[in-house]
Design a protein around this ligand. Structure first.
Ligand SMILES: [Zn+2]
Length: 404
């Protein structure tokens, strides 16, 4: 670049350089103002200073400002200035304030971060305060993690830094195909790509959706893939490699699978599979874990049985019924004849009836015969077609090539 500067422009630059260095440089709206000055040695120094405060439990906004060392009168004015733009009723511990001081040590600006990431700023302009609200500039990135099962799927997610709600979303996507009690072995693993939302300071502001996930089960001998796709009509869902929705008629895991204790190793109570004596499968989970309707249906039986304890039976379409036993409680509003959606919470894990520990006993009945839920196979709920299928396959391939 320097080589391209001619002598004339070099001289002009030298002439205005001291001016540039002693003035407050113009800044874009998203940057903090910084005052530059030249000290005796000719070095450029930044005499402004930024400090960060945080609400702690029981704080009012003014407590945080006073803790910063701001005098009471100015602190009051700052609170009054930002109050119309701040949700003062729902302040949360951890919400941050940013104090910017000029080279003379006086406060130049106070910014308070709302829970949606927006900043309410009060700038000191002479004797008055100018208030502005800056909406958050958010950027979304997709990150890929691999979790390997050492003790449980849940711990695998924790170990690879996957946030709990993203993990639960992933579990839900695979609950149609995977029996999380019996299909997960030590050494199994998953790859998950999900959205992480960052604010303008590069801090994580939120987590988005699963973009792609692959789960390797039963000693990594079986694998399940799903990919998010937004259809041309704007609706979106998660699809397998062939473009079929991962949603099936019934769930294989009818509880929130994120709470399933390890399906292997030492267990407090034996968790049984489907045999001629035990015509259902059991899912061990802490008392109170939500039990989900495995398909859309109507409640045909709800009540007490000495064997099943508190239980619910649902009738679905195509000749299927399902039964859930040993509940500690029913979900609100459940009664005979209630219509429930797939995935809706109908009750909570307990140990009522003939049970040795908290678990959900799950039965699938097909035209009156109890069948093994672990081996039932359903076609995809709906498959992509035409342009959607072509676009999905293009996106799927580019997703895979960008991560593997
Ligand atoms: Zn059972």
């Amino acid at each position: 670049m320097l080589g391209k500067l001619n002598v004339k422009s070099y001289l002009i630059l030298m002439a205005i350089l001291p001016f540039l260095l002693t003035c407050t440089l113009p800044q874009g709206p998203e940057e903090s103002p910084v005052t530059l000055s030249v000290d005796d040695s000719g070095e450029v120094t930044d005499l402004s200073r930024e400090s960060r405060g945080e609400l702690i439990r029981g704080d009012n906004l003014i407590d945080m400002i006073l803790r910063e060392g701001i005098d009471a009168e100015l602190a009051n004015s700052l609170v009054l200035a930002v109050a119309p733009h701040v949700d003062m009723v729902h302040l949360q511990p951890g919400q941050q304030g940013f104090f910017l001081y000029g080279s003379d040590g006086d406060l130049v600006s106070f910014q308070f971060e709302e829970q949606d990431g927006s900043l309410v700023e009060a700038r000191v302009e002479g004797d008055s305060l100018q208030v502005a609200v800056k909406n958050p500039v958010l950027t979304t990135r997709v990150v890929l993690v691999r979790g390997t099962v050492e003790s449980s799927l849940y711990n695998a997610a924790v170990d690879c830094g996957m946030p709990l709600n993203v993990f639960m979303d992933m579990i839900q996507l695979f609950s149609f195909d995977v029996d999380f009690q019996r299909d997960i072995y030590r050494g199994d693993y998953f790859d998950a790509a999900y959205e992480v939302v960052y604010n303008e300071r590069g801090e994580i502001a939120d987590y988005g959706e699963i973009v792609m996930a692959r789960l390797y089960t039963r000693g990594a001998t079986e694998e399940y893939h799903c990919y998010r796709y937004v259809k041309l009509d704007g609706s979106r869902d998660w699809y397998d490699d062939a473009g079929g929705t991962v949603r099936k008629e019934l769930l294989k895991t009818p509880i929130n699978g994120a709470y399933i204790s390890s399906g292997f190793g030492s267990r407090v109570s034996p968790i049984t599979g489907f045999t001629h004596k035990h015509k259902g499968v059991d899912f061990a989970a802490p008392k109170g874990t939500p039990i989900l309707a495995s398909g859309k249906g109507v409640i045909t039986l709800i009540g007490w049985s000495d064997v099943y304890g508190w239980f619910i039976q649902l009738r679905h379409t195509n000749g299927y019924s399902t039964l859930y036993g040993h509940m500690s409680a029913f979900a609100r509003g459940m009664r005979s004849g209630s219509i429930v959606d797939q995935g809706q919470t109908i009750g909570y894990v307990g140990s009522t009836g003939m049970s040795t520990g908290p678990h959900c006993h799950y039965e699938v009945i097909y035209y009156g015969t109890k069948i093994n839920p672990a081996t039932m196979k359903f076609p995809p709920g709906e498959s992509l077609k035409g342009d959607d299928l072509d676009l999905f396959q293009l996106e799927r391939k580019s997703l895979i090539s960008s991560f593997f």
